[in-house]
Design a protein around this ligand. Sequence first.
Ligand code: FE
Ligand code: FE
Ligand code: FE
Length: 165
Amino acid sequence: MADKTLETLFHDTLKDIYYAERKILKALPKMARGADAPELKAAFEKHREETEGQIERLEQVFEIIGKPARGKTCDAIEGILAEGDEILEEYKGTAALDAGLIASAQAVEHYEITRYGTLKRWALVLGLDDAAALLDATLQEESATDEGLTALADSSANAKALEPA
Ligand code: FE
Ligand code: FE
Ligand code: FE
C-alpha cells in the first residue's frame, strides 16, 4: 500500500472542495430564483460570480502541485445541498422561506470555511506559499459571504419569518 502523507491529504481535500464548489456553482442560481427578498437574491447572485473565481483559484492550486484539476465526490456537500432543496420545496410561499434559505446557505459557507481553513494551513506546512495565498483569498470571500448572510437574517429575514404566512 502506498504511503499516505500530508501531500496525499492535501490533494484529496483539494479534489473534495473542487467537487463541492462546482456543485455550489450549480445550486446558487436555484437559490437566487427561490429567494423572496431582492437583497437575498442579489447576495446569491454575487456569490455565484465569486464562486466562478474560486473554481479558477482551485485550478491554479492544482497547477501548482502539478496535478490535473479533478473532483472527488463530496458526500457532505451533497447532503447540505439536499437539505437546501428541502427548504426550497417545503417553505415555498411562506414567510419563513428566506430565513430557511439563509440557514442553508450558511451551512454551505461553513463547510467551505472548514475546508479552505485546513487547506491553507496544510499548504503553508508543505511550503506551498502561493497556494496558501490563493486558498486564503477564497477563505476571506467565504467568511464575508457568511457574515453578509447573518446581516440579512438579522436585518429582515428572521423578523419576517415570525409573521404568519
Ligand atoms: Fe465557494
Ligand atoms: Fe467533502
Ligand atoms: Fe461560498
